[in-house]
Design a protein around this ligand. Structure first.
Ligand SMILES: C[S@@+](CC[C@H](N)C(=O)[O-])C[C@H]1O[C@@H](n2cnc3c(N)ncnc32)[C@H](O)[C@@H]1O
Length: 346
């Protein structure tokens, strides 16, 4: 998985994409036309992040090696076991292993089918959520890569949810479209993929479009099935401050922010990543409770100490957990796909 931005979940099944998290918004009014160059602090942070990524890559390689050795050890152990039992026993052992594998496979297929049914039902009757992919020209290749990872994660989280949303990817064109096409199994995803913008694709429902943006003065109280919520498909560390608000205003569509401030005190900005916002929406569909949704998705280090459920957890521990969660998330996200997951990494 290359560099800085990747799927990186924390807290239960909550997903946080490490490195894709937003920095403090820069108080620079000209930001919309001219993104501010990195400050010294931001450069330091970037360097720290780079080191963190290197450490993570090292750890990943070690884990891969360990896994390989472990698999080899188990294979040998199994062969020795077979070699040391009478023929009759050997047949029984082989049969029992075959049955166990079949059981697991059946269980997996059953889960897949249930997920398919849930997603198809949601497609007909569920809550529509759009990710607006019209910002590729404002992102670096790494940021685009990160966004693709976030979308993979959104799909994986949605598939596991008992109350999923119906996901739309609009403006699915150019480099963004190409990268999405490279996701193994993408063609089979139960979502809407549109090359067009949401404003064209959903023109007859324009009055129901609500652009979610941290810069709005309106606050989402409830999710309304008639409304279509739009998330800006952008990984920009808030370099492009206010861009989605400006876009929605120019298009004359409604805007709203998540009610984070009513439930949580954030240690920095309230600008969340695409996958965090998506997962909060999905959690809310499940629980109808914002507080639970925020607490299960927003990482502890982004919350003020007083708001933190585990108060004194230290950052190192948090990072270690996130690294582990990252591995799990990637596996889970990849489990959704038909082909091997490393296709994206090359
Ligand atoms: C990484 S943010 C992009 C920030 C970008 N500078 C902007 O102006 O929107 C990704 C998207 O998540 C959504 N988002 C992030 N934080 C939010 C919040 N607190 N309330 C509502 N939507 C939010 C917005 O749709 C946003 O475009």
């Amino acid at each position: 998985m290359p560099e800085v931005e990747e799927a990186h979940p924390t807290l239960n099944d909550g997903d946080v994409v490490k490195g894709a998290e937003e920095e403090e918004p820069q108080n620079d009014e000209k930001a919309l036309d001219d993104p501010t160059p990195l400050s010294k602090n931001a450069q330091k942070k970037l360097l720290r992040q780079k080191r963190y990524e290197e450490k993570k890559a090292e750890k990943k390689a070690l884990e891969k090696e360990h896994k390989k050795k472990e698999a080899e050890r188990k294979r040998k152990e199994w062969e020795e076991k077979l070699a040391n039992v009478p023929e009759e026993e050997k047949v029984k052992l082989l049969e029992s292993r075959k049955n166990l594998r079949k059981e697991r496979m059946d269980q997996r297929n059953e889960e897949k089918e249930k997920k398919r049914e849930r997603l198809l039902k949601t497609k007909q009757f569920g809550q529509n959520v759009v990710v607006d992919l019209e910002f590729s020209h404002l992102m670096t290749p790494n940021e685009i890569h990160s966004l693709v990872q976030q979308i993979m994660y959104c799909y994986a989280v949605n598939g596991r949810s008992s109350s999923p949303a119906h996901l739309w990817l609009t403006g699915c064109d150019g480099e963004m479209g190409n990268q999405l096409q490279r996701i193994p199994g993408f063609d089979k995803w139960i979502i809407e993929k549109e090359k067009e913008s949401y404003i064209e694709a959903l023109q007859d429902r324009k009055e129901n479009l609500v652009y979610l943006t941290a810069d709005s003065e309106n606050v989402v109280e409830e999710l309304d099935l008639n409304k279509i919520y739009i998330i800006g498909g952008l990984v920009d560390r808030n370099r492009w401050k206010g861009i989605t608000m400006k876009k929605a205003e120019e298009q004359g569509i409604q805007t709203a922010k998540l009610p984070i401030g009513n439930f949580i005190q954030m240690s920095s900005s309230q600008v969340l990543t695409v996958n965090q916002v998506f997962e909060i929406l999905v959690k809310f569909l499940e629980t109808r409770d914002w507080k639970t949704s925020f607490f299960s998705v927003i990482p502890q280090r982004k919350r003020c100490q007083a708001d933190s459920e585990e108060g004194n957890a230290n950052d190192t521990l948090q990072e270690e957990n996130e690294e582990n969660d990252d591995q799990i998330a990637r596996k889970k996200a990849c489990g959704e796909n038909e082909a091997p997951c490393n296709t994206l990494e090359t």
